[in-house]
Ligand binder design. Sequence first.
Ligand SMILES: *[C@@H]1O[C@H](CO)[C@@H](O)[C@H](O)[C@H]1NC(C)=O
Ligand SMILES: *[C@@H]1O[C@H](CO)[C@@H](O)[C@H](O)[C@H]1NC(C)=O
Length: 519
Amino acid sequence: MKLCFLLLVNLVAFINCENILYLSNVPSPSHFIWCKSLLYSLHERGHNITALSPDIEESKEKFTFLHLNQVYSEIYNATEELNFFEFNEASPYELFMLYADASEKACRGSIKSKGYKQLLDYPDDFKFDLAFFDFTMDPCLMGILQKFKHRPLLIGLSAFHSPGQFGANLLYPAFVPGHDLLYISKMNFQERFVSALVHLLEYFMRKLLFAPLVEKVVREVHPNVEYLLDVEKTAKMYFINNNPIMNFQAPTFTNQKNVGGMQIKKPKELPEELKTIADNAKHGLVFFSLGTNVRSDSLKDEIIVKILKAFSRLDKYTFLWKFETKEKLPIALPKNVKIKDWMPQNDILSHKNTKLFISHCGLLSIQESLYYGVPVLGMPVFADQPQNALRMKELGVGEILSILEFTEDELYETLKKMLESKSYKEKGERLSRAMHDRPMTAVEEATYWSEWLMRNPDIDLEGAAADLNLFARHSFDVYTVLLAIFAVILYVLIKIEIFIIKLIFCRNNTKSSKKQKLN
Ligand SMILES: *[C@@H]1O[C@H](CO)[C@@H](O)[C@H](O)[C@H]1NC(C)=O
Ligand SMILES: *[C@@H]1O[C@H](CO)[C@@H](O)[C@H](O)[C@H]1NC(C)=O
């Protein structure tokens, strides 16, 4: 009780309204959904928000959106139709190269954008007290920060659960599988080996490939800009979309706040039509969505047919599918299947009749399903989705099917098993209780720490680690010297032993040769 009271007093006491800047050039609606939750929370508390981003909403009082309107077109036009299903087969290295390419294009698109120019036109002495930046891809937008005479306090945000190396944090390849690897948290030696390589690859790619690529682009407009990664390093805190109940466990610095699930909202009543469908699904509702990036109607006809046929065999249950265009349906919709181009996922998952979620396993989606205790049949497409799906299986609340290769029977059997067996449901409910059991919600926590930083800008939560390079930070330099000392000692000992052995042998030999002579 005392704790609640104290927290409440703290949250209410801070009434100074500050200017807060949000910088993101990450071309992903889901990243925006996660970040904007924090922005709106700070806005509600009276702060004045300015958001520079490829995704925007309508500006209102004390909330100004500046549009990076060229980011999506730069990326999507150049690659024509982006086929996310091709990402499915890429190796970690190829994925990094795809990301690097997207990074450079997003940066090029950013600096050409209307919003970028608008922010450049702000007076140099305009004072932002705090700036957030989405650091998931690269430090491109650190260039524009240098325009302001008063450098705002900096907080890095990432809607990804383990965005590689940032700030002073350490790498833990032994129990956090590298980006995209299909490993669970308990790895054997070979897996740990690969995991370590992927972590290192990621670390060096960002430093030696991504950063220089965007640096070159930024220098075309701001020739005298500081090294962008140095600016990024001045961040005082990091907010990560990591939740200790669902993600891999790893130690973190105090300046890293694991505020996974910030986007999760108090559920609202469903819109009329959906409410009727959900309320009437007495035996259970199955929700199917491939998220915001991948369109269901871009699936091949044969795959859509297999899915619809499997659904129709489970006619006891009602299926809700986020499907974008009715015209693209190759066969008639079975009676128990409803499609819609947009659905309030959070509210559907929270409905009492929702029994199962067929999902691409984007991070936000599985956080929501865990929060509401809905088991997940994963049909991952790209990026971290396959790993997320595997993690759900490891936690006992998921199964996985390949979205490109499955049979109608496989889908039918898996759905039937998951809908009829009790274990998924019980595990889901158990994890859901744990997800709810926290002193404040994720977005309240991020809001709290944002204001904490403005109240305590001089307190250092990272310590000396920030000044050490990757190898020194892990004491690899020390271990190397220790190994070398050990090797020298071993060498000397062996030499001495050989010398002694030779001495004994030689004595014996000379004795025996003397004997021979005597004979
Ligand atoms: C809020 O920030 C904008 C800059 O984006 C500024 O023009 C405006 O004057 C600020 N409003 C208040 C009330 O401080
Ligand atoms: C897309 O690419 C074509 C040809 O390269 C170009 O003419 C067009 O202006 C581009 N569109 C956008 C929106 O950038």
